[in-house]
Design a protein around this ligand. Structure first.
Ligand SMILES: Nc1ncnc2c1ncn2[C@@H]1O[C@H](COP(=O)(O)OP(=O)(O)OP(=O)(O)O)[C@@H](O)[C@H]1O
Length: 276
């Protein structure tokens, strides 16, 4: 599905973001450049606090950049864009509205209407048919995230940005959600960028895995993931995945170690095994 056009779907060009904080300027990401092809799934990993969310929000147009630019189909992204859907770690459903009303909420704010047939199709696709009248408290965490996915896709975006969407779910539900994302992506032409703390998730879902350096975040490396789709969970126990996982882990932990050692300390085994 990837590489149909020579122009990237999303082009991140020298993205730099400085936050003005009370204790001074904080350089979050520094000259990040990345071309994402149409129909590609790109996953992004990196040490905690390296600027992954900052980079993703910059791609969405919700954050302005200090310098650099983001282009969607060659056109600068300078604000919220209906072509770009977002899913966050929290489903952010309004507790007093049922599922249908939650999905419809952004349309109500804009004074437009959702495409009911499309939304029903999406609900069906994610296994939430028959739940449109349920309230968030009546839904499991996985169901709430599936609803958030429907809400993001209800606009028919061509790009879906996902910020650690399944981080709060148990391992089994997370695997289910990974399979669901791949299934949906195989059915619908879409470009996906997903941030995760799980290297396994990044490899399972990604056509490419982008590894960011510690803050200020830069694109440290990009790994092609060569497995055909649909991917089965069996590939996760192959030597190729094992080796790639370890390579990426070393890149992230090694980076952290060298920074720590520059500070004159040593790294304990516990520190090098810490979650990302
Ligand atoms: N609105 C903000 N104002 C000031 N500093 C911020 C703001 N948002 C993020 N930062 C800082 O920018 C840096 C990058 O944060 P960001 O959330 O982008 O990293 P991350 O890689 O997504 O982190 P994590 O993996 O822990 O979710 C951090 O040092 C963070 O404290």
């Amino acid at each position: 599905m990837s590489g149909r056009s020579s122009q990237p779907k999303l082009c991140v060009d020298g993205a730099t973001k400085v936050y003005n904080t009370r204790s001074g300027d904080l350089l979050a990401i520094d000259r990040c450049s990345l071309d994402i092809r149409s129909g590609e799934i790109v996953t992004i990993v990196g040490p905690s606090g390296c600027g992954k969310t900052t980079l993703l929000w910059s791609m969405s147009g919700l954050h302005s950049l200090s310098s650099g630019r983001v282009l969607l189909d060659g056109i600068p992204v300078n604000g919220p864009n209906p072509q770009i859907g977002m899913v966050f770690q929290e489903a952010n459903l309004l507790p007093w509205r049922n599922l249908a009303a939650n999905i419809n909420f952004p349309f109500e704010i804009k004074g437009t209407r959702s495409d009911r047939i499309w939304v029903d199709e999406l609900l069906n696709r994610v296994g939430l048919e028959g739940f449109a009248n349920r309230y968030p408290r009546e839904l499991s965490g996985g169901m709430q995230q599936r609803a958030a996915l429907v809400r993001a896709l209800s606009y028919k975006p061509s790009v879906l940005l996902m910020d650690e969407p399944f981080g709060a779910l148990d391992a089994f539900t997370r695997e289910e959600m990974n399979r669901l994302v791949e299934e949906i992506w195989l059915d619908m032409p879409m470009t996906i960028v997903l941030i995760t703390h799980s290297i396994e998730e990044a490899i399972f879902l990604g056509d490419r895995v982008v590894v960011m350096s510690a803050r200020p975040g830069r694109v440290a490396n990009i790994h092609e993931v060569p497995f055909p789709r649909p991917r089965s969970l069996e590939i996760m126990s192959t030597k190729e995945v094992f080796d790639l996982t370890n390579t990426i882990k070393r890149e992230i932990v090694g980076e952290r170690k060298s920074r720590y050692l520059q500070g004159g300390g040593t790294v304990s085994p516990a520190a090098s095994n810490a979650s990302l």
